[in-house]
Design a binder for this molecule. Structure first.
Ligand code: S3P
Length: 174
């Protein structure tokens, strides 16, 4: 499978976008970028600190700038933060300029993976289970705008990466 533009992974925190994305990039021989990591590099501080000091809105602006830049790097696997698609400008850019995959996982898996939520500012605002449930409900229709959906359940990242490659092949063949 030969990519001719960026491949963007979207979906909830804990769905495995970073670990699966890294594996997918290796298998396709493409560079890998993680938008949260790039935001942290540019800001010189953590995502949690940006939320705390400047608020979510400011974080979404930084996220938009970083993703716009990453989309210009040609074929690259890009893992986005779970809220990236909520910003309308970021969403339309991703959907237009990349092959977008929703990495979908159920509530129990997400809860297990994000644990106590220390690094996820949105989960530190209350009961992680209730917050995750609400976010899944609100965001699923937005994630569903991705061109492809691949389930990320109990399978390891290599299996999920393989399933994404199959989905990309089918998508390209259309
Ligand atoms: C967020 C998800 C996080 C990070 C930030 C906000 C969200 O990324 O961007 O904490 O709104 O869902 P991950 O999905 O990589 O955890």
């Amino acid at each position: 499978m030969k990519a001719d533009r960026p491949i963007v992974l979207v979906g909830m925190m804990g769905a495995g976008k970073t670990s699966v994305g890294r594996r997918l990039a290796e298998r396709l021989g493409l560079p890998f970028r993680d938008s949260d990591e790039e935001i942290e590099k540019a800001a010189g501080t953590s995502v949690a600190d940006i939320f705390e000091r400047f608020g979510e809105e400011e974080f979404r602006c930084a996220e938009h700038r970083v993703i716009r830049r990453l989309l210009q790097s040609g074929p690259t696997v890009i893992a986005t933060g779970g809220g990236a698609l909520l910003n309308e400008a970021t969403r339309s850019q991703i959907l237009e300029e990349a092959d977008t995959v929703w990495l979908r996982a159920g509530l129990d898996i997400l809860l297990r993976r994000v644990g106590a939520g220390h690094t996820r500012p949105l989960l530190s605002r209350g009961d992680p289970l209730a917050i995750l449930r609400k976010l899944i409900e609100e965001r699923s229709p937005v994630y569903a705008q991705a061109a492809m959906v691949v389930d990320s359940g109990i399978d390891d990242e290599d299996v999920v990466a393989g399933n994404i490659i199959q989905a990309l092949k089918r998508h390209q063949a259309r």
